[in-house]
Design a protein around this ligand. Structure first.
Ligand code: PEP
Ligand code: MG
Length: 590
């Protein structure tokens, strides 16, 4: 009989999920090169061919399932991979390497892929260079087949399913949109890594950074994910399951009560109005955002369009359709569309051509867009065309800005593309709002110089925390050091609010912090008047603001700014808020 195993991690998306686990192992095991004798070559080649057949069959199954559960556009990506197994060139090269170098199939595969990648990197043709991602994916699949550990698909069988994974890239995380995935837990990830953000956006309870989870859950039949407490319970007994079912129902009830507040304005008890907007990654979240009473979109992460269509680039018409859909979903409110924030860890291998050794400090966001003017131009054309019908409401937001020159260059680029559209006879908006993300410490420090040249600021605390504290936001090894309440971050926030106030431009905050109940009083007290968050967080934050006094929030912010450490700030805020939160019956993480 199986016994309960309990694991602890970071609860990054609240809620409780109970379901059948499906274990996803994406990391291939390390490859050991072994020398083989001449008489073993034929056996090794046969093993390779058999692994290739198994891998192709596995991908064909995935294609079918993906088509049914997620959509044909995703299935097409996988189908291209299946075809690569039918191409004799790759397998032929590996077979020759087994024979000529007398090494095992796993090592031969590594050698061939390394050589091919080096050749890909020298290609001038962008389209061909983009195929390197496919090659990497196919090689990983073949390696797993050789090692006898093909990752199972995200098969749900129509039952409530919990994904248990070692590591999930954002491209795969989109499979979470399948309606039977009810919970998620992984060994890697941090509070603001992108897979985390997708789980949270979809309202799926999730726990990340759980050491030893895959080995511990491999043969499990039932799993509970407690996104409040950061626990994963493997094979719980029926009594424990019942306790958690009751807790889940209690949580749903609380959410329903809070949702009733959706129509009420977010205004403090002494009259300070705060605008609450939604962060949207996928247009499928628009209905939830409206239901929760979002006053427009504070952040649309347009790079998700790219992630969805990868390795193809989303063309102008496809982008136009999406941007129009966003503007139409909120016909009376501002809609903030961020230009592509690709690079870093956000899937830009296809665009970059060559890998970077330190991508988070590399060609990311506006830097990448300015290096790829044709790619950027397509997006600007789509944005301006979509904005023609909603001139006052379109807000264009530029990510990863670190200098004034970048702001000026992007503005000139927009003017050039606008002229080009006018010449072609397209309608363009007379005026639209042009803003920048403040998420690099340099931008926060020179905010007073940036403010007069833009129409609004949007503060990205996910990256601002990462870059200020030098802590990778997606690395579970340093997750304990990732502290948005660090006084250094709070002082930068104050600086940004002051610079925006002096230039009379609005400042919104759209990092994950905006949806954290613990952060709300301090952010309001610092003077921030727009908070943008994943739709699921809106009801709680609205309730909190309505229970808050602005005068009190200012006092809390002033005191927090004087404290010396993140821990001291967190403890102080918890203490201040406990009364307010118990009144609202909101549960928070210590
Ligand atoms: C941020 O950095 O806070 C932000 C909102 O952008 P992203 O999470 O997409 O990097
Ligand atoms: Mg960011």
């Amino acid at each position: 009989m199986s016994t309960l195993r309990s694991f602890a991690g970071l609860g990054i998306s609240p809620g409780i999920a109970i379901g059948r686990p499906v274990v996803i192992e994406n990391r291939p095991a390390a490859v050991r090169q072994q020398s083989i004798g001449l008489e073993e070559v034929a056996g090794e080649v046969a093993r390779l061919r058999e692994a290739a057949r198994r891998a192709a069959r596995h991908i064909a199954e995935l294609v079918d399932e993906t088509r049914r559960q997620v959509g044909p556009e995703y299935a097409a990506i996988l189908d291209a991979h299946r075809l690569m197994f039918e191409d004799p060139t790759l397998l032929g090269d590996i077979e020759k390497t087994i024979a000529s170098r007398r090494v095992n199939a796993e090592a031969a595969l590594e050698i061939v892929v390394r050589e091919l990648l080096a050749r890909f990197d020298q290609l001038a043709d962008v389209y061909l260079r983009e195929r390197r991602t496919d090659l990497l994916d196919v090689a990983a699949e073949l390696q797993r087949a050789l090692q006898g550990r093909l990752a199972p698909s995200w098969r749900t069988n129509g039952e409530d399913t919990i994904v248990i994974a070692d590591d999930v890239p954002p491209s795969q995380a989109l499979q979470m949109t399948s309606k039977h995935i009810c919970g998620f837990a992984s060994e890697t990830g941090g509070t603001t890594s992108h897979t985390t953000i997708i789980a949270r956006s979809l309202g799926i309870p999730a726990v990340v950074g759980v050491e030893g989870l895959v080995a511990g859950a491999r043969d499990a039949t039932l799993v509970i994910v407690d996104g409040f407490e950061g626990h994963v319970l493997v094979d719980p007994d029926p009594a424990l399951v019942q306790v958690y079912r009751l807790r889940a129902e209690e949580h749903q009830q609380r959410r329903r009560e809070l949702l009733q507040l959706a129509k009420l304005p977010a205004v403090t008890s002494d009259g300070r109005r705060i605008r609450l907007a939604a962060n949207i990654d996928l247009t499928g979240e628009l209905a939830a955002a409206r239901e929760a009473g979002a006053e427009g979109i504070g952040l649309f992460r347009s790079e998700f369009l790219f992630i969805r269509s990868s390795p193809q680039l989303p063309d102008e018409e496809e982008q136009l359709r999406t941007y129009r859909e966003l503007l139409e979903a909120f016909p009376e409110s501002p809609v903030t569309i961020r230009t592509f924030d690709l690079g870093g860890k956000k899937l830009a291998r296809e665009l970059l051509g060559s890998p970077e050794t330190n991508p988070v400090l590399g060609l990311r966001g506006v830097r990448l867009c300015l290096q790829k003017p044709e790619f950027f131009r397509t997006q600007i054309r789509a944005l301006l065309r979509a904005g023609a019908a909603a001139p006052q409401r379109l807000r264009v937001l530029v990510p990863m800005v670190s200098s004034l020159e970048e702001v000026r260059t992007v503005r000139i680029f927009f003017q050039r593309v606008r002229r080009e559209l006018v010449q072609e006879g397209y309608a363009v908006p007379e005026r639209f709002e042009f803003g920048v993300m403040i998420e690099v410490p340099a931008a926060a420090i020179v905010a007073d110089r940036l403010a007069p040249e833009v129409d609004f600021f949007a503060v990205g605390t996910n990256d601002l925390t990462q870059y200020t504290l030098a802590v990778d936001r997606g690395n579970e090894q340093v997750a304990a050091l990732y502290r948005p309440f660090h006084p250094a971050v709070l002082h930068l926030l104050r600086r940004v609010v002051e610079a925006a106030g002096a230039a009379r431009i609005p400042v919104s905050l759209c990092g994950e912090m905006a949806g954290d109940p613990l952060a709300v009083p301090v952010l309001v007290g610092l003077g921030i008047q727009e908070l943008s968050m994943h739709p699921a967080a809106l009801p709680v934050v609205r309730g909190l603001i309505r229970a808050l006094q602005y005068r009190e929030a200012r006092r809390i912010a002033q005191r927090a700014l004087q404290l010396a450490s993140a821990k001291a700030v967190e403890e102080f805020l918890l203490e201040q808020l406990s009364g307010l939160l118990s009144h609202l019956k909101v549960r928070i993480q210590p």
